[in-house]
Design a binder for this molecule. Structure first.
Ligand SMILES: *Cc1c(COP(=O)(O)O)cnc(C)c1O
Length: 367
């Protein structure tokens, strides 16, 4: 079999080897079915069982209460930027958004097409095309409207490498979260949320499927005048199968959920994720300024570690040498520059240790 390298890609991103091997083993023919997951009807008993297992896997990992619906939709997290306001903003037609990065801004852009957006806080800094984010706002900075239809925030800012350490306190207003890049990385209290959405391709599966967890009473906000496919209520009533769902994506999510449970669930993942991130942040912090973390320390992400070197030339040299040595996907997002190591659930501790050692060697030679 082809040898695998260390994949630090921000998304689509690394999947657990066990998951890939199981999918590979079953790809030719599902056991007892004689057909591939790629070939069977979404209306078949086999697929119904796969969907049910994917749902129950997510439900038990995240301890999702019974008054929530779990959906697997299409259009990525980006379509949720539209579906959230289309379904949940009326009749008040105003919502609070907390802006902490590029994905928050994209969500805000779509929400503004539906109603009034109050920017409850933004941590954007800089001028013109040099604007950036490097931190999460404090609770005291949030200017929340108690009469808003909901409050939207982005739990992990994939591009800037910042992450909320705990959810914002929003009183009785439904809290909506884009958790695309940190879903399932630690236990969360789902009952604090009105809706959570996450594109699968960072922490739970392949691209093309988005997980939506919605409190059932909020489904009543979806108006019949909405386009059918954009209506959460329709999607819930049809068990995510109003049309043909992403059958393969849902199948992979089923295996990922089973795999995470076998490792000990999300408390265990949180321990592992904290330990992994610490290895890289320690390498940065102990480098006497050779490496400089982009995010403020209290806002650092466990999923995306962003950092710079003193010059763009050195950054390029490090990326080139690292790529040759089998560390792939370290180039920072074009809007931030520098380096970004995405170390989602599936990224092995050994790979993080090897990168930290590689960084130390590089510093010795170039510092
Ligand atoms: C990747 C990402 C998105 C976009 O996801 P798509 O599935 O490509 O639409 C949205 N929000 C966050 C936080 C992301 O990391």
């Amino acid at each position: 079999m082809e040898k695998r390298i260390y994949n630090f890609s921000a998304g689509p991103a690394i999947l657990p080897e066990e998951v890939l091997l199981e999918a590979q083993k079953e790809l030719f023919a599902l056991p007892g079915v004689g057909m591939s997951i790629l070939e069977i009807s979404h209306r078949s008993k086999t697929f119904e069982a796969i969907l049910a297992e994917a749902k129950s896997g997510i439900k038990s990992l995240l301890n999702v209460p019974d008054n929530y619906e779990i959906l697997f939709l299409q259009g990525g997290a980006s379509l949720q930027f539209s579906m959230v306001p289309l379904n949940l903003m009326p009749p008040k037609n105003k919502a609070d958004y907390i802006s902490t990065g590029s994905w928050s801004k994209k969500a805000i852009k779509e929400a503004k097409r539906v109603g009034t957006v109050n920017i409850a806080a933004t941590t954007e800094e800089g001028e013109g095309d040099k604007k950036y984010f490097k931190r999460i706002p404090k609770q005291s900075e949030l200017k929340l409207d108690p009469d808003a239809a909901y409050v939207h925030f982005t739990s992990n800012n994939t591009i800037y490498g910042t992450q909320w350490q705990s959810e914002p306190e929003v009183g009785n207003v439904p809290l909506i979260c884009d958790a695309s890049s940190d879903i399932l990385h630690k236990p969360i209290d789902v009952s604090k949320y009105g809706l959570i959405y996450a594109g699968a391709q960072k922490n739970i599966g392949p691209s093309g499927v988005v997980l939506v967890i919605i409190r059932k009473d909020l489904l009543e906000r979806s108006q019949d005048s909405l386009h059918t496919m954009l209506n959460y209520k329709t999607q819930a009533e049809n068990n995510s199968m109003y049309n043909t769902p992403n059958t393969f994506g849902i199948y992979i999510i089923k295996i990922v959920a089973k795999h995470l449970a076998s490792l000990g669930g999300l408390s265990k993942m949180y321990e592992i994720n904290k330990a992994k991130a610490k290895i890289l942040y320690d390498a940065i912090d102990s480098s006497n300024g050779f490496y400089k973390g982009h995010a403020e320390k209290e806002s650092r992400s466990l999923m995306n570690v962003t950092f710079n070197l003193t010059t763009a030339d050195l950054e390029k040299k490090l990326i080139d040498e690292a790529t040759k040595a089998g560390f792939n996907g370290l180039k920072g997002h074009r809007s931030v520059g520098g380096l970004r190591a995405s170390i989602y659930n599936a990224f092995p501790t050994k790979g993080v240790e090897d990168l930290a050692n590689f960084m130390k060697d590089f510093q010795k030679k170039n510092g």
